[in-house]
Design a protein around this ligand. Sequence first.
Ligand SMILES: [Zn+2]
Length: 215
Amino acid sequence: MNIAYRFRIYPTEEQKILLGKTFGCCRFLYNQMLNDKIREYKKTKKLLKNTPAMYKKEYPFLKEVDSLALANVQLHLEKAYKNFFRDPKAGFPRFKSKHHSQNSYTTNVVNGNILVEDIDMKAMSQCLHFGKSVQDNGYGMFRNMLDYKLAWKGKKLVKIDRFFPSSKKCSKCGKIKKELKLSERVYRCTCGNEMDRDRNAAINIREEARRMLTA
Ligand SMILES: [Zn+2]
């Protein structure tokens, strides 16, 4: 079963670059794989079984992006082929154009190592992070669904009070700033702590979650 969440993201500059790279790599790989399938079919009348791994050596930049996004490229292409063979009206898979194709990719949630008590920390911090700026029903629904989905996997969602000063608190010494402008991307404390604002907030959220779980 697939569960879909839809939410707006506000990527940092670094994340924007990585997203752009991932879109580009997925489009590139899709086109390469499609091209090779077509060429092979013309030559042998057989469908080529190609995988992303076969391209990483020749195009090492593919190693820089989410490998699950690339794995999904293969699945999407195979699905496009299947649709075409099942019903030619669906159309033959088309090449993706930089200007006319949607910038998108698909990835998967991985429940690996992500920390303590077997919680999905990544999903949790995302959830909480969005909670700070989005107080509408969309967020409430997202949280309920996440709660439900984690419960279903035998995991626990830790809800942190929305007034918890995750951004203003120094993750090293615990001091809380009176004011922190949104434009201040680097958190600087009198104790000498200096780190990316989001990272500082994420550490505070993680520590608060740990505290709540052991309380
Ligand atoms: Zn400090």
